[in-house]
Design a protein around this ligand. Structure first.
Ligand SMILES: Nc1ncnc2c1ncn2[C@@H]1O[C@H](COP(=O)(O)OP(=O)(O)O)[C@@H](O)[C@H]1O
Ligand SMILES: [Mg+2]
Length: 269
């Protein structure tokens, strides 16, 4: 999935937001509809597809590790997804564990470049600057309070990612709310970018998209209406489009084809 990642405008906005939260050592909320790319953006920011396997497997060290340490040093971010109904103590324990391991990687890099020398201390988690928590609506008030405390004690920047309305929910926790630095709304794909994504999908189906062609323009309009620029819906729609084309032995992706594909998925309107 990571190799197909598209650097969208929203991803660039997310990166700016995350960098600002991290720099100001504050707490930020990122909210937006399901399926528009919040999780992917955050994982990408934290280089989590590379870092996570490394710190969870924690196998024998190799010569390539220096690269990973350098990456960890650059982003200094832990990405964490709580389970449903997490127990606050376990949640904090798991986060601390990730912080320690990422911290060790950063510490290694600091040693490689000669910035840190001497005995290894046990406080490597101090290197971690930002904690991103996905699916933040799963956090109970106690967990939010523990995280707020972590932020106060260690100056840890935190981003909470959730669905629309999560920012309103946090209003009920004045301790947390008063510390919020930024609230960031993640938006769906705009038209230009939708066209870019569609162009790739068309190519994957062995066809060429021409927005000036009447049939294609109608197909684009149908997709825009059905998916509203939602990445996940687009990804679910295209295999069905391929199926409808195949079953009916059709060559062209028309708005009718798209309507039939959408009706299978139960996502239309
Ligand atoms: N920038 C992107 N480039 C390519 N595909 C993406 C991108 N962002 C999201 N997607 C696709 O959309 C799906 C939903 O994204 P996700 O980040 O899980 O949404 P959210 O967290 O907002 O619910 C992903 O599984 C991925 O396939
Ligand atoms: Mg998500």
């Amino acid at each position: 999935m990571a190799k197909d990642f598209i650097i969208t405008k929203e991803h660039r906005r997310f990166t700016e937001f995350a960098t600002a939260v991290r720099k100001e050592r504050t707490i930020g909320i990122c909210h937006g509809d399901a399926g528009i790319g919040k999780t992917q953006s955050a994982r990408r920011y934290a280089h989590w597809d590379t870092v996570e396997p490394f710190i969870t497997e924690w196998g024998p060290r190799t010569e390539d590790d220096a690269k990973l340490y350098a990456t960890a040093n650059r982003c200094r971010t832990v990405f964490y997804t709580p389970e449903v109904l997490p127990r606050p103590k376990i949640l904090m324990h798991e986060i601390a564990h990730l912080q320690t391991k990422l911290g060790i990687c950063i510490d290694e890099h600091q040693r490689n470049i000669g910035k840190v020398t001497g005995a290894r201390s046990g406080h490597t988690n101090k290197w971690v600057e930002l904690l991103i928590i996905d699916e933040a609506e799963r956090l109970a008030p106690t967990a939010l309070e523990l995280l707020r405390d972590e932020h106060d004690r260690y100056d840890l920047a935190i981003i909470l990612i959730g669905m629309p309305g999560i920012d309103q929910r946090f209003r009920h926790y004045p301790q947390l709310y008063s510390r919020l630095g930024f609230s960031h709304r993640y938006r769906a794909l705009g038209r230009e970018e939708l066209l870019f994504v569609l162009d790739r999908h068309w190519k994957r189906l062995g066809r060429t998209l021409d927005p000036d062609d009447f049939t294609d323009a109608q197909a684009i309009a149908a997709i825009e209406r059905i998916t509203r620029g939602n990445f996940r819906l687009l990804e679910r729609l295209f295999p069905q489009i391929a199926r409808v084309l195949k079953i009916n032995q059709l060559e062209t992706i028309t708005d009718d084809v798209i309507e039939s594909a959408a009706s299978i998925l139960v996502i239309g309107n």
